[in-house]
Design a protein around this ligand. Structure first.
Ligand SMILES: NC(=O)c1ccc[n+]([C@@H]2O[C@H](COP(=O)([O-])OP(=O)(O)OC[C@H]3O[C@@H](n4cnc5c(N)ncnc54)[C@H](OP(=O)(O)O)[C@@H]3O)[C@@H](O)[C@H]2O)c1
Length: 170
């Protein structure tokens, strides 16, 4: 594994989810998620996995859990170290897709963070970790609004000088 990416949709206060469910449902965001993760392994915590309505096609699902789960077509690991070892064998760039605990775990290692930043607030019980903006170059991929709510999809690329440091953690 050469790099690891991350993707999330967050509110104005970095709200991610509430009562184990997603809180943001925007068409362009979903479309972007499907497109950019297509064909890539996706890494998630057990709670996020359980919140999926079904397996996402054409993506290998990698789930972190302390439990000894056996789920058809899904790789379950019980520690970050086990996941990282497994990722070394993979060609495709993996995406961490949540939830909060996995974002915290991989934040400093992610080379690209795709953040859909929604200009709205929502009750939440999980939040995306704070990112230090001066670590990244920001590219705006999409800017628009749906149902009177503005949002942007931004790509935060770890600055070159920090990439070696991050890949040493992989
Ligand atoms: N807005 C977004 O883009 C977005 C994306 C994804 C998820 N979400 C939201 O985020 C929320 C879920 O996030 P969350 O942080 O509560 O849960 P999570 O990260 O999805 O899953 C947490 C679970 O992962 C496992 N885990 C975490 N750290 C571990 C470790 N070091 N070793 C072994 N297993 C470990 C544990 O599973 P076990 O309990 O089985 O041991 C833990 O309970 C939901 O509301 C979801 O809708 C939002």
């Amino acid at each position: 594994m050469k790099e690891i990416n991350m993707i999330a949709a967050i509110g104005a206060n970095r709200e991610l989810g509430y009562q184990n469910d997603l809180i943001w449902h925007f068409k362009e965001d979903m479309k972007f998620f499907r497109k950019i993760t297509n064909g890539h392994p996706i890494i998630m915590g057990r709670k996020t996995f359980e919140s999926l309505p079904n397996l996402l096609p054409n993506r290998q699902h990698i789930v972190l859990s302390h439990q000894n789960l056996e789920i058809p077509e899904v790789k379950v690991f019980s520690s970050k170290e086990e996941i990282d070892f497994y990722l070394k064998e993979l060609e495709e760039i993996p995406f961490v897709i949540g939830g909060a605990s996995l974002y915290r775990m991989y934040l400093l290692e992610a080379k690209r963070i795709y953040l859909t930043e929604i200009q709205a607030t929502h009750p939440a019980d999980v939040y995306f970790p704070e990112i230090l903006l001066d670590r990244y170059e920001r590219n705006t991929i999409y800017s628009g609004d749906e149902r009177n709510t503005k949002y942007e999809i931004n790509e935060y690329v770890l600055k070159k000088s920090l990439q070696l440091e991050a890949s040493n953690k992989n």
